[in-house]
Ligand binder design. Structure first.
Ligand SMILES: Cc1cc2nc3c(=O)[nH]c(=O)nc-3n(C[C@H](O)[C@H](O)[C@H](O)COP(=O)(O)O)c2cc1C
Length: 359
């Protein structure tokens, strides 16, 4: 039943979203999902540091929080997969219901609050992996942590050698105080400690594991400038723009629009792409960026890339369009890259960014 997930999509949408998600992950574990067996168009091949990706389209954090199915998601055609967010200790998150589909808006609001099995369980699963595709670990802090910096450092210690990159998530809106870590001095201290831990644990490793910082789309010009300055100064390897938004409710049509939590999906596209472009310009293209937020087509992925993203991620569109989406996006993206006369998708990075372009 290779197309079980595609056929089941309308039925999954009749179920409570979290139940549907559990069933989906269960089906994926059993191999009941289509595989993308076709080789990716050569123009999509992307290298970022020592990561060689067949295409720049990745699965965003939150789908596979506990690293249960990274290789199944790679087989679906993603160029890379980010697992997590993982916190040091397991935690159950906020009371259910805590995920809401806003079908009229092609959006989701979630207030999960980092429900996950903890670092030990995720590390154990990653240790048992047999696949070789690129997997990153998105690290978070426990809700009741007294020392969030130590939580991220524990994440590096537990996951080092098991993943190809790390993401320091300081932007989930559902853990009180977490986003305060984005502010200048606190961000500097946090990233300095994380990079030191990465270097300590990687002393004998054959290559350096890149560290990205994932920011919220709810940041103004001044914060973008500050984040760029700190990131370049401490030497973090790149940034992910961005997480879900606590804003944008006024433009929504679905009756669930006032649920508390972070909004993802189509309505987030313009805001997150704007912040991405601003960070690209603020850093003069010197900080590799991963663009995420509302990507649901090849055209949308291409806009993120032209705005300054070297890589792209998505999650919510998968809920509405099912697993065939990944292949569709890759086909459309390759066609657009070639139509614009680029030999490689990487040549289009930042093409719309204006004068600050150039590394
Ligand atoms: C149900 C759900 C859970 C999420 N959990 C996480 C998470 O644990 N860590 C994280 O960094 N982002 C998390 N995200 C945010 C996504 O990674 C992504 O940044 C955001 O949804 C915007 O992309 P999209 O519009 O393609 O979904 C979650 C999103 C959703 C919808």
């Amino acid at each position: 039943m290779p197309d079980f997930l595609r056929a089941a999509l309308p039925l999954l949408h009749l179920l409570e979203p979290e139940t549907a998600h559990r069933l989906t992950v269960g089906a994926l574990s059993l191999g009941l999902a289509p595989r993308d067996r076709a080789a990716d168009d050569a123009c999509l091949a992307t290298r970022l540091f020592d990561m060689y990706l067949p295409n720049p389209i990745g699965l965003a954090a939150g789908f596979d929080k506990d690293a249960e199915v990274p290789d199944r998601m790679l087989a679906l055609g993603f160029g890379f997969v980010e697992v997590g967010s993982v916190t040091p200790r397991p935690q159950s998150g906020n009371p259910r219901p805590r995920i809401f589909r806003l079908a009229r808006d092609r959006a989701v609001i979630n207030r999960l609050g980092f429900n996950n099995h903890g670092l030990v369980a995720a590390a154990e699963r990653l240790r048992r992996r047999t696949g070789t595709g690129v997997v990153g670990a998105n690290l978070g802090a426990n809700r009741d942590s007294e020392d969030p910096v130590a939580d991220y450092v524990s994440g590096i210690a537990a996951m080092h050698g098991l993943v190809d990159y790390f993401t320091v998530n300081v932007s989930s809106p559902n853990t009180p105080g977490l986003r305060d870590l984005q502010a200048g001095d606190r961000l500097r201290r946090l990233l300095t400690a994380v990079l030191a831990a990465r270097d300590r644990h990687g002393r004998n490793a054959p290559r350096v594991t890149p560290v990205f910082v994932k920011i919220a789309p709810d940041v103004g010009e001044a914060e973008i400038a500050e984040i760029s300055e700190v990131a370049l100064d401490v030497g973090v390897d790149g940034a992910i723009v961005g997480n879900t938004t606590v804003g944008l409710r006024d433009g929504l049509h679905d009756s669930r629009r006032d649920e508390q939590g972070g909004l993802s999906g189509a309505p987030l596209f313009d805001l997150s792409t704007d912040v991405l472009a601003k960070l690209y310009r603020a850093s003069a293209g010197r900080l590799p960026l991963i663009g995420v937020g509302g990507v649901d087509s090849g055209a949308a992925a291409y806009r993120k890339i032209r705005a300054g993203a070297t890589l792209v991620q998505l999650y919510t569109a998968l809920i509405y369009q099912g697993p065939g989406l990944v292949r569709r996006i890759k086909r459309e993206l390759a066609a657009r890259v070639r139509a614009d006369g680029y030999a490689s998708v990487t040549d289009a990075v930042g093409a719309d960014a204006g004068p600050a372009r150039g590394r």
